[in-house]
Write a protein that binds this ligand. Structure first.
Ligand SMILES: [Zn+2]
Length: 358
């Protein structure tokens, strides 16, 4: 923690650079207490972490119970300095008694409040929802910033996001902060492919060049994104073939075989990303769906697909959107490629045009 109460019930903050000597002096003469549970705190002045307060035994405290890492402390400190530099009214670790929460930072922006949470440790979906609900109750807008991934590249790419990162995606954007480089790293236009894989356009900005409020506009480069999508689809098919141990018994290859279609000739409209997040790759369910329709099964496609593979559970909405698109572009479902531009147009329509609708 960077904040504490003194004996006189005054808040103190370790947000300004104080010399080690000065801090040691303060520690000699003052006692500090937790603003939430009022337990006595220790002022830690060490070599590794920046100076901070900590509970002696933190298992009793509900609000400040997260063991704070050096990365978290330092990131919080850097973000605070950045916002202060922008002359934003910002509080560090304010304890919001009504909801018993303590965001890392609280910014006042005209008549609204924004709670910044710099998240470095795992958070259960339940706790994330609870915190968001708490903020909602007070009319505070949360801004989740996750710690940076170990490596970062700019531009259009395919990226793997662990569930830790997936939970902070909002409006198809993910904001991360690289504490060491003092960079905001933004993943925009996130398009889920399957499992942990996403198409995205990424950009980094040194925080000192980044004004607040954040207006991170990254253009949607439709052609490049479609190209990246084709590569990703190709990669999937190659791996699918390489790691198939069931031969023709594998449901995917069985379908290809039965419908006399070579893997290399699989038309490009099979494998289009869906705006519904699914664990199965779109190539799988879209081939199955196409084969069902071609063989005359049109009734209740979602339950057909469901029975085809019980783990898929493709929602009606995804099926409907896909069929509408394919039947509009290729009414006979012939095994021919579509113009890549019409596919990229569809991706754009689903992901950018509808971005703020769902
Ligand atoms: Zn406490």
């Amino acid at each position: 923690m960077l904040s504490a109460l003194t004996e006189k019930q005054e808040m103190v903050y370790l947000t300004h650079e104080l010399s080690k000597e000065r801090l040691l002096e303060i520690r000699q003469t003052q006692h500090f207490y937790c603003p939430a549970c009022h337990e006595q705190l220790v002022l830690k002045i060490g070599q590794v972490m920046i100076p901070h307060f900590a509970h002696r035994k933190n298992e009793h405290c509900q609000v400040f119970s997260e063991g704070e890492s050096a990365l978290h402390l330092q990131g919080k400190y850097a973000l605070y300095r950045w916002l202060q530099f922008q002359h934003m009214p910002v509080l560090v670790e304010p304890y919001l008694k009504a909801i018993q929460q303590r965001p890392d930072l609280l910014i006042q922006q005209q008549d609204k409040y924004i709670a910044v949470e710099f998240q470095c440790s795992a958070l259960t979906p339940k706790r994330l929802t609870k915190r968001n609900k708490g903020y909602q109750k007070l009319g505070i807008e949360p801004l989740w910033i996750a710690k940076a991934k170990p490596s970062f590249y700019e531009g259009v790419q395919c990226v793997q996001l662990a569930p830790f990162y997936q939970q902070f995606i909002l409006n198809r954007q993910l904001l991360t902060f690289d504490v060491e480089r003092e960079q905001l790293q933004m993943y925009d236009h996130l398009i889920h492919i399957a499992g942990r894989r996403y198409l995205t356009t990424a950009k980094r900005t040194p925080i000192h060049h980044q004004p607040f409020p954040l207006e991170l506009v990254i253009p949607f480069e439709q052609e490049k994104i479609a190209e990246q999508w084709l590569q990703e689809r190709e990669r999937y098919l190659v791996n699918r073939l390489r790691f198939n141990r069931r031969g023709i018994q594998d449901s995917f290859f069985k379908l290809c075989y039965e419908h006399k279609i070579m893997l290399q000739a699989l038309p490009n409209w099979i494998g289009i990303p869906s705006s519904v997040q699914l664990s199965v790759h779109p190539v799988e369910w879209q081939l199955a769906l196409t084969c069902f329709i071609r063989s005359g099964v049109t009734q209740d496609l979602s339950s057909q697909l469901y029975h085809h593979n019980r783990t898929w559970r493709i929602p009606e909405r995804a099926i409907r959107t896909y069929i509408d698109f394919v039947q509009r572009e290729n009414p006979n479902l012939s095994w021919q490629d579509l113009e890549i531009s019409s596919i990229s147009e569809e991706i754009y329509r689903q992901y950018v045009a509808l971005k703020f609708d769902n």
